[in-house]
Design a binder for this molecule. Sequence first.
Ligand SMILES: C[S@@+](CC[C@H](N)C(=O)[O-])C[C@H]1O[C@@H](n2cnc3c(N)ncnc32)[C@H](O)[C@@H]1O
Length: 227
Amino acid sequence: MTTPIRLFLAPLFLSLCVGCSTWSRIDCAGLITSGRDGWQHPERVVEVLALAPGDRVAEIGAGDGYWLSWLSDAVGPTGRVYAVEVDDEKVQALEERVAEDGLANVVVVRGDFDDPKLPDGGIDLAMTVLTYHHIERRPTYFRALRRDLSARGRVAHLDDRPDVSAPFRWFQSEGHWSDPEGVRDEMAEADYRLVATYDFLPLQSFQVFAPNADVARAGDAAGESRP
Ligand SMILES: C[S@@+](CC[C@H](N)C(=O)[O-])C[C@H]1O[C@@H](n2cnc3c(N)ncnc32)[C@H](O)[C@@H]1O
């Protein structure tokens, strides 16, 4: 949606939100006026994930690369961002975007549907955004991903929630969501525990998991100890 159309629609949209709280109305207007940043709040997501220079982050299902510049900035020149994709056209487009934007610390990875092809013990944070529900056999997938996590490795899932009310629902793709409780159940099945949950995103659940300690991981073997 172009900016003039967004600005034209914002007051109309705001008036349709009469049943919402004041803050919801402001958020609604933000959805229209700011495009994706208005509902995705990428700077706040990156802030609460507390990424540090030198961290190694993987985005599984990087799509068109919306997150790459945010993640690249957060981990800095000594860090690494792995942009994992299974779609060949997206892999090529991501490689072009990374080159054009000069994102020297980003590596595009052609993953498999059941294997992200990440370095063993080499990932401090794996994240999925709007991708969790696309992954098949999720408990198996995320159990296997444990091998790729460092000793302090975490997994963050941001996905559309099925329970948002109109007008927020109009910004979602019907059926392309996951039930947050179902995500927790499947991650528990994959042997993770919930370590954080955030509720500032109007459309999405945002949950962070850490693997339970009882399975040895490559990062443990490497002797990493940062909490
Ligand atoms: C809705 S897009 C989300 C893109 C991006 N995360 C964003 O927030 O803009 C979902 C992406 O996940 C990719 N995908 C689906 N299954 C995958 C898997 N098993 N491993 C990696 N990527 C996957 C799809 O090709 C698609 O590009």
